[in-house]
Design a binder for this molecule. Structure first.
Ligand code: SAM
Length: 282
C-alpha cells in the first residue's frame, strides 16, 4: 500500500517523476499534510457524490474517494490529467473532468449525480485567484448541494463569517450568511502547502439553509448598499433607486435610521430593507 498522495514523500516523488512544478497562474499550492486533507474530507458530507474543484495531484481527491461513492473532479491544467489517471488508478470511483469549473454546466452535473448517488456536496482546496467567482457559482447553483467545504485564504474565510459592525463584514458576508450557515472548521498554516503561500488558510463550511431561496434582486441591493462603505446607507440607496425621496421612504418603512451604514445591518435587517424596496417599486 503506497503512502497517501498528501504525504511529503509521495508529493515529492510525484512532482519529480512527472517533472512538475506548481503553476502560479492556476493558483497551485499542493497540500502536503495528510491530516488536513483527511479532516477536510471527513467533515465534507461526501458519502454520496462529491464535486471537487482543482484536484492538483490528487491529495484531497484520494481522501474523498476513500469516503465517497463517487468523486467528480474538475481540473483546468491539462498537465495534471496523466498524473491523476496514473496516481489514482487504484480507485474506480473517481472521474476527472478536464475543464475550467467556471465553464461547466453545474446544474446538469449536480442533477445527474443526485439521480445516481443521492446526495451531492462540494469539497475543494480552492485556487485563490478565483475563490469568489467559484463560490458565487456554487451559491447560485442548484439547491441540492447542501454542504460546500472549502479551503480559502484565512482572511477571506473571516469575511464569510464576519458579524455586523466588524471591519470584515461585507456584501460577501451577507450573501453567504443569507443562504448558508457558515462555519470555520479549522485553520491551516502556510507550511502545510508546497509551495508555501504567503498567507495562512482556513477550511470553511457552508451549510445551505433549507428555507432560503436566492433572489437576485436581494443580492443586487446588498451589493449596492455596500457600494461605498464610507457612505451612509441612505446615500448608497439613493443612488441605487435613483430617487432621494423614495430612498428615505424605504428606510423609514424598514425601520432604519437615515444615518446608518450598511455594515451595521444584520441579515434580517437587509431582508426588511429588501421588502421595503419591493413595496416601493415604481
Ligand atoms: N487539491 C489540490 C491540493 O489540495 O493539493 C490542489 C489545490 S490548488 C490550491 C488549486 C487547483 O485548482 C490546481 O490544481 C489548479 O490547477 C486548479 N484550478 C485552477 N483554476 C481552476 C479552474 N478554473 N477550474 C478548475 N480547476 C482549477
Amino acid at each position: 500500500m503506497s503512502k497517501p498522495i498528501a504525504s511529503v514523500a509521495r508529493t515529492r516523488e510525484i512532482l519529480n517523476a512527472y517533472g512538475l512544478h506548481a503553476k502560479k497562474t492556476y493558483g497551485q499550492n499542493f497540500l502536503i499534510d495528510v491530516s488536513v486533507v483527511a479532516r477536510a474530507a471527513e467533515a465534507s458530507h461526501c458519502e454520496g457524490a462529491v464535486i471537487e474543484i482543482g484536484p492538483g495531484i490528487g491529495s484531497l481527491t484520494e481522501q474523498l474517494a476513500l469516503r465517497s461513492k463517487h468523486v467528480r473532479s474538475y481540473e483546468v491544467d491539462e498537465r495534471l490529467l496523466p498524473v491523476l489517471e496514473q496516481e489514482l488508478s487504484q480507485y474506480d470511483n473517481i472521474e476527472i473532468i478536464l475543464q475550467d469549473f467556471l465553464e461547466c454546466d453545474l446544474e446538469q452535473s449536480v442533477n445527474e449525480l443526485a439521480a445516481k448517488y443521492g446526495s451531492v456536496n462540494v469539497c475543494a482546496n480552492l485556487p485563490y485567484y478565483v475563490t469568489t467567482p467559484i463560490l458565487f457559482k456554487l451559491f447560485e447553483g442548484p439547491q441540492q448541494v447542501e454542504y460546500i467545504t472549502v479551503m480559502v485564504q484565512k482572511e477571506v474565510g473571516d469575511r464569510f463569517s464576519a458579524k455586523p459592525g466588524t471591519p470584515d463584514y461585507s456584501a460577501l458576508s451577507v450573501e453567504s450568511q443569507v443562504l448558508y450557515e457558515v462555519k470555520r472548521l479549522f485553520t491551516v498554516p502556510r507550511t502545510a502547502f508546497s509551495p508555501s503561500p504567503n498567507v495562512d488558510s482556513a477550511i470553511i463550511q457552508f451549510h445551505r439553509r433549507a428555507d432560503r431561496k436566492l433572489e437576485s434582486g436581494f443580492f443586487e441591493l446588498v451589493r449596492a448598499s455596500f457600494q461605498q462603505r464610507r457612505k451612509t446607507l441612505y446615500n448608497n440607496l439613493k443612488e441605487y433607486v435613483g430617487d432621494a425621496e423614495r430612498a428615505a421612504r424605504i428606510l423609514e418603512q424598514a425601520g432604519l435610521e437615515p444615518g446608518v451604514r450598511a455594515q451595521a445591518l444584520d441579515v434580517a435587517a437587509f431582508e426588511n430593507l429588501y421588502q421595503a424596496v419591493k413595496e416601493n417599486e415604481q
